[in-house]
Design a protein around this ligand. Structure first.
Ligand SMILES: Cc1ncc(COP(=O)(O)O)c(C=O)c1O
Length: 342
């Protein structure tokens, strides 16, 4: 099976497993794990932040960040198709008493003009607006890279309004490789940034929340309250350190593979790229009704040995990653052409 469902399906390579097996470890809840310390320092430096906290998942990282910036009764502004809204169970409401005001965009790019009407007045009837949260790259936006000038504008505006700024940078590494703009430059516009090691970087587990030292100390308490304090977690940090050293530059290969698939898909009658451009490792395309539903097409592709996800009644998403070779990409291209022609 050529598995293009997500870049989370990668398995640790033999060399990564070796790094995990030989990692120095200690009890991280007691602050004793040297490999965790090394990873947290390294990630904080890469993102130009004072401190970082290793957490089990991107979801936990984002939710902790929301709680860092907001207290019960507060509200944050976020693009309507973002991961935090679509795929994190509204944990911010379940666990922390926060509300989100989704901002609808045509292209996933937030602007001050779109955001401004969503800032609540200082009024006893309304929640308090506290935070703007962005996502880079944008998952449901087809791995699109939010342009730097739009980020600069929105975050400057947010600061002027007294709003905090969080970045869900689960795939910030992809944005950095695609643009040549460093993770630290992207991160400099945000108070807190979440990054993942378990997506394109191919580590089995883990994310990091980065920001000011004082905020990350509070995040450490929140992580423990959520059950995310881990003991000899250095074996996981070793995988993340290995991934940062060996698997960042190679993301360019995943991007080239996604572009190749994108070209084949746009040449297929009845399939349309949406968005029309492939920026990184995610491709989303629309399926004409004459070909059936997205689920129908995904079922046929599955039979042909290629796995993808239907993410809407007429929309399919595929994601390229470390565990799919150039040869397999060509096989996937041939399977797509055959199934659509068939
Ligand atoms: C943009 C984005 N943010 C956050 C997450 C959550 O990460 P996790 O699955 O580690 O909770 C994902 C997962 O795919 C994601 O795509």
């Amino acid at each position: 099976m050529i598995d293009l469902r997500s870049d989370t399906v990668t398995r640790p390579t033999p060399a990564m497993r070796q790094a995990m097996a030989t990692a120095e470890v200690g009890d991280d809840v007691l602050g004793d794990d040297p490999t965790i310390h090394r990873l947290e320092r390294h990630v904080a430096d890469l993102l130009g932040k004072e401190a970082a906290l290793f957490v089990p998942s991107g979801t936990m990282s984002n939710q902790i960040a929301l709680r860092l910036h907001c207290v019960p009764g507060d509200e944050f502004l976020i693009e309507a198709e973002s991961h935090v809204l679509r795929y994190e169970q509204a944990a911010y409401a379940q666990l922390f008493g926060l509300s989100a005001w989704p901002v609808v965009t045509s292209d996933r790019v937030l602007t001050p003009e779109l955001l401004a009407p969503h800032v609540r007045p200082n009024n006893v009837h309304t929640p308090r607006t506290r935070l703007v949260s962005l996502e880079q790259t944008h998952n449901r936006g087809g791995g699109s890279v939010l342009p730097m000038d739009s980020i600069e504008r929105v975050t400057r505006w947010a600061s002027e309004q007294g709003l905090a700024r969080h970045l869900d940078g689960a795939r910030l590494w992809n944005a950095a490789v695609a643009t040549g703009i460093s993770p630290a430059t992207w991160a400099s516009h945000f108070d807190t940034v979440s990054v993942c090691f378990s997506k394109g970087l191919g580590a089995p587990v883990g994310s990091a929340l980065c920001g000011p030292a004082e905020a990350i100390e509070r995040a450490r308490r929140l992580r423990k309250a959520l059950g995310g304090g881990m003991r000899q977690a250095g074996i996981l940090a070793a995988a993340a350190l290995y991934a940062l050293e060996h698997h960042v530059d190679r993301l360019a290969e995943d991007h080239a593979h996604a572009k190749r698939l994108g070209e084949i898909i746009s040449a297929c009658q009845g399939l349309t790229l949406d968005p029309p451009r492939v920026d990184t490792n995610i491709v989303i395309f629309r399926v004409d009704e004459q070909l059936g539903t997205a689920a129908d097409l995904v079922a046929k592709l599955d039979k042909a040995g290629v796995a993808m996800y239907a993410i809407a009644p007429q929309k399919v998403r595929l994601v390229t990653h470390l565990d799919v070779s150039g040869e397999q990409i060509e096989e996937a291209c041939a399977a797509i052409e055959k199934v659509v022609r068939g």
